[in-house]
Write a protein that binds this ligand. Structure first.
Ligand code: HEC
Length: 128
């Protein structure tokens, strides 16, 4: 009986460990865990449309009131962390507001995965 309990708890711990490693990388930190992930890109595309990013950046992010996000001209060096911050917190003094009340961290990373998938700039300038 005792042994069975012990064996069960081992099993549970083992399962938890397997589940833990099978889960996607946590949606925090400075690098996008979803870059190049086709499912995440598809979800990011949907979020891009639902959140209304297209209203300023254009349907395919080619730019309008807001800058083109598909070329290699950026306001700041476009690291994942910088882009995440721009979307989460916005850019003070511009019409780019922060979206962290409408999008979770994970959703923001997925939108960024979508933006990265649209990149048409110099491949040599990719820093993500
Ligand atoms: C009301 C207009 C507007 C909307 C809506 C908007 N943006 Fe922006 N966005 C801007 C402007 C203007 C800038 C340029 C800010 C600056 O000069 O730093 C910008 C900047 C950015 C940047 C940084 C570009 C760079 O070169 O550094 C990213 C990334 C971005 N927006 C993504 C998004 C996403 C994703 C959404 C939807 C969740 C969104 N934007 C919605 C107007 C908008």
């Amino acid at each position: 009986m005792r042994f069975k309990l012990f064996a069960n708890s081992l099993l549970v711990t083992g399962l938890a460990a397997v589940l833990w490693t099978a889960l996607p990388a946590p949606a925090q930190g400075d690098t996008n865990p979803f870059t190049g992930d086709p499912d995440a890109i598809a979800q990011g595309k949907r979020l891009w449309a639902e959140t209304g990013c297209y209203a300023c950046h254009g349907k395919e992010a080619g730019g309008a009131v807001g800058p083109d996000l598909t070329d290699d001209q950026w306001v700041y060096r476009p690291t994942d962390a910088t882009i995440f911050k721009a979307i989460a917190k916005g850019r003070k003094g511009t019409t780019m507001v922060g979206w962290s009340s409408s999008l979770t961290d994970e959703q923001i990373w997925k939108v960024i995965a979508y933006i990265r998938s649209l990149y048409k700039g110099d491949p040599g300038k990719v820093i993500w």
